[in-house]
Design a protein around this ligand. Structure first.
Ligand code: BES
Ligand code: MN
Ligand code: ZN
Length: 512
């Protein structure tokens, strides 16, 4: 999708659709800040506002309205997308609206769009939101369709963004658009990785994808096989990987700044869960819960998407990404209930449920990442069903005891339009992981399951500032919504990119 930015009169531009985002009180004539809307309405002899009102379009944040212009405007159709109340506006509202607009445009077979950027406080964030909303909203996973590929929709491929009246295009805007485009590409790629069935997205293929990406954007990458994992004494990872005929893979990506001083800075390390299929192992999942378990590598997909953008951001500090990829399968080779595994860190773990596999692999990978002495360590994992019960399908659970890093991550998420909610790692629940025969067990009681998982991970990160993001809920969208379709969301990419971008900006501000 190609984006350009102009200062012009949107109602004079030619395209298949003219997209006008409107606040609820833009429709009540007098208070309207939407000049383009009023101009379009005038050219349409008042029919735009009149029919919109008749059809019940009130500019609410979930509403969309399409009208043919019958030659009264250069654009064949006007698409109104509601932004709701101005007082409740955030860039995410605009991102969701842009997603609805591109879907509506596709349904009427539009290939080109002109979009009026609304008058809002922070223009840069609005530009990002429009580009991301359009780019993410146009996503479809169609690799396995041989028929009805596009559901009768067209794909918008040219989008012209029109600045609010009186604003001039600046050079800095190009960088904003360029970053947003990178984020779209990386997020949609992450969605592809997650949507791909587990039968084809094996640990080997996932590592191969990481390698191709690293080559494309110029990141270092090292890939290890089972032998390497044995050498590194990752007994928990090996235990989980044992049950599958698919070979596990260990992946380490890195961005190292060319500047020698910058390269010496303490790195940011990102770890992603990469269970390419989670059957539960011998503690087999029922079919209904197993159905979606190709999604259990969404954490690593988010890390990969973020690293792809970070390679372009070129922050003045190193950033490392890690994952241990394997399948969790039942078989004659599988790890058993009651087995004791020895982690890379030396701690021993009694297996009380083979379906609590993510924390085992992550524990080994986290302690490996921690050997790079990170200034910040972040993991993303589709870790617990309990987190979905606690926060639902749209929020990420954020765990960690370093308040500063937690604050930075929450801020980054809020800015990027990904919602996170802090949950506690309370010591009150520590007994949940006590084992009779080993240092700990891998699964506790059901109560506070997401906390138990975080408590387990905490054993492997020492004193390092660390935030654990449980993305089991938001890794998939249960329905069409804004720029989401049903399926993988690529959650985490935007938060990670924003976190690294802010850290880089902060450092540069203090250096200069
Ligand atoms: N991958 C699952 C968690 C999950 C559930 C992700 C639903 C996405 C959607 C994880 O490995 C798991 O099975 N967790 C168990 C832990 C329990 C056995 C302690 C769970 O949440 O039930
Ligand atoms: Mn599991
Ligand atoms: Zn899992």
């Amino acid at each position: 999708m190609n984006f350009t930015l102009v200062s012009a009169d949107a109602t004079k531009a030619k395209a298949d659709v003219l997209v006008l985002p409107v606040f609820d009180n833009d429709l009540s004539g007098k208070k309207s800040t939407a000049q383009a809307l009023l101009r379009a309405d005038k050219k349409l002899k008042g029919l735009l506002l009149k029919t919109a009102a008749q059809e019940g379009f009130k500019g609410k944040a979930d509403q969309t309205f399409v009208l043919q212009t019958h030659g009264k405007l250069p654009c064949a159709r006007v698409v109104l997308v509601g932004l709701g109340a101005r007082a409740r506006f955030t860039p995410e509202v605009l991102r969701l609206a842009a997603g609805r607009a591109v879907k509506a445009a596709g349904r009427v077979k539009a290939k080109t769009a002109v979009v009026q950027v609304p008058v809002v406080r922070e223009l840069d964030y609005a530009l990002r939101a429009v580009v991301e909303g359009f780019g993410l909203g146009a996503y479809r996973f169609e690799r396995w369709r041989t028929q009805h590929k596009d559901n009768g929709s067209a794909k918008v491929d040219k989008v012209q963004l029109v600045l609010p009246d009186g604003l001039k295009k600046e050079k800095a805007h190009d960088e904003v658009l360029a970053l947003a485009r990178e984020v779209v590409g990386a997020t949609n790629w992450a969605r592809d990785l997650v949507n791909e069935p587990a039968g084809t997205m094996t640990p080997r293929v996932l590592a191969e994808e990481a390698k191709n990406m690293a080559k494309d954007v110029g990141l270092h990458i090292a890939i290890g096989d089972r032998k390497k994992i044995e050498e590194l004494k990752m007994g928990m990872f090996l235990g989980v990987a044992k049950g599958s005929v698919e070979e596990p893979r260990l992946v380490h990506l890195s961005w190292i700044p060319t500047d020698a001083e910058a390269a010496k800075q303490a790195p940011v390390c990102i770890v992603g869960k990469a269970i390419t299929f989670d059957s539960g192992g011998l503690s087999l999942k029922p079919s209904d819960s197993m159905m979606d378990m190709k999604t259990d590598m969404a954490g690593s997909a988010a890390m990969l998407g973020a690293m792809r953008v970070i390679a372009h951001l070129k922050p003045p500090f190193p950033v490392h990404g890690f994952f241990g990829a394997c399948e969790n399968m039942p078989s004659g080779h599988a790890y058993r209930l009651g087995d004791v595994l020895t982690s890379r860190l030396g701690k021993t773990v009694e297996i009380t449920n083979t379906d609590a596999e993510g924390r085992l692999v992550l524990g080994d990978i986290l302690s490996w990442a921690n050997e790079h002495k990170p200034a910040a360590l972040i993991d993303l994992a589709t870790l617990t069903g309990a987190c979905i019960i606690a926060l639902g399908n749209y929020l990420t659970g954020a765990f960690g005891e370093d308040d500063q890093l937690m604050f930075d991550v929450l801020e980054a998420g809020r800015t990027a339009g990904e919602e996170l909610w802090r949950l506690p790692i309370t010591e009150l629940q520590k007994d949940a992981l006590k084992s009779e025969i080993a240092d700990m067990k891998n699964a506790g009681e059901r109560a506070g399951g997401a906390i138990n998982a975080a408590l387990f991970l905490k054993e492997f990160v020492g004193e390092t500032p660390w935030v654990h993001l449980d993305i089991a809920g938001p890794s998939q969208s249960p329905k069409e919504r804004g720029y989401f379709g049903k399926g993988a969301t690529g959650v985490g990419v935007r938060t990670l990119v924003e976190l690294v971008r802010r850290r880089a900006a902060h450092l540069q501000a203090h250096a200069g």
